[in-house]
Design a protein around this ligand. Sequence first.
Ligand SMILES: [Mn+2]
Length: 276
Amino acid sequence: MAQSGQSSRGGGVVVLGLPYDGSSSFLRGAAAAPPLIRAALNSDATNGWSESQIDMRAPGAVRDAGDISVDGPEDIRTRIETAVAAVLAGGGHPLCLGGDHSVTYPVLRAVRRHFPRLALLQFDAHSDLYDSFEGDRYSHACPFARIMEERLVDRLIQVGIRTMNPHQRAQADRFGVEVITMEEWDATQIFSFDTPVYVSIDLDVLDPAFAPGLSHREPGGLSVRELLRVIQRMRGEVVGGDVVEFNPTQDPSGVTAWVAAKIVRELAARMLDVSR
Ligand SMILES: [Mn+2]
């Protein structure tokens, strides 16, 4: 167990907001998520300690780099890639707050340059492996096709999938993606990696009973506790991650912001804990 508030990772964990939802195929709204997740993370309603007893509010544990600007002459993917590259150049490990899931592709373009061996563990109701969706190859339904085409990771494991169709099944086979559907899910499974691993969490992997604030509610998903348990128990060096697709316009009770913040805190703790 890591000592409270201490990290043996150079620049620690750097939270970076990516307030972009322009590649959403059904509902906009996820761009408004980062400040709401931060507000829950920093709220006096709770403390900053992870369940593994790491104080996320201790100086030096987690640095907040704020939100990127989504406007300007460069396209959004270039802006995201540049911002993440700056985090890594400073020795930090990026923990990105979406935004829609399209952000993961440019994030991984930057991360890959630092890690010649890299695995990707994706939690999601959807495979997001479409070659193109409604004419857009950069839709939030497509990032993992782009990631695999560019060989930005050596291995992709998808957990919680429950919307598979023939096209995405063919894409998964073509790219050698290891798909664990919700039907096959075994809550006792422990994931172990012998390479650095990036963790991408689409909140719609959760059952919408726990997290209604989503653009695509897909019943029959993980509980919050099941997701936390996988993150806490996974073995290997977690070098980056994202929590995406929280849509505040679909979250009347506000509970999804708290769920997102809880997951960010536990994922940050897992990134800081180099003992596993
Ligand atoms: Mn999804």
